[in-house]
Design a binder for this molecule. Structure first.
Ligand code: FES
Length: 118
């Protein structure tokens, strides 16, 4: 039987707190989450803020773009790129993947979904 993960939605910020086609870092307990307002696609994404390449808290400051149909973010340090949809490293090397989070918008407020077992 497939069990759906139960999400706890926490209020991260207002939509206007996140620059268009840019990202911010939000804290959830001891975690840093990179939140992106991908205006060009009309989509929001959230990933862990720590780049798995050299463990830098940097992903929220990365440049976002599209590769094929895949939304992506490039870490500002060494430009490793990751899918914003799946978190997978797209740089062709084995630097590890990003954890991704669900995002929902309600009444101009941004909520990030945290799995209950975290
Ligand atoms: S620390 Fe992110 S690419 Fe190296």
């Amino acid at each position: 039987m497939i069990q759906e993960n139960v999400l706890t939605w926490f209020l991260a910020c207002r939509t206007t707190d996140v620059p268009e086609n840019g990202g911010v870092c939000v804290k959830y307990q001891d975690d840093q989450i990179a939140l992106f307002n991908f205006t060009r696609r009309g989509e929001w994404y959230a990933t862990q803020n720590m780049c798995p390449h050299r463990m830098q808290m940097a992903i929220s400051r990365g440049m976002i773009g599209t590769q094929g149909d895949e939304p992506k973010v490039a870490c500002p340090f060494h430009k490793k790129t990751f899918s914003l949809a799946t978190g997978k490293c797209l740089s062709g090397d084995d630097c590890g993947d990003l954890k991704t989070y669900a995002v929902k918008i309600e009444n101009d407020l941004v909520y990030i979904g945290i799995e209950d077992n975290e």
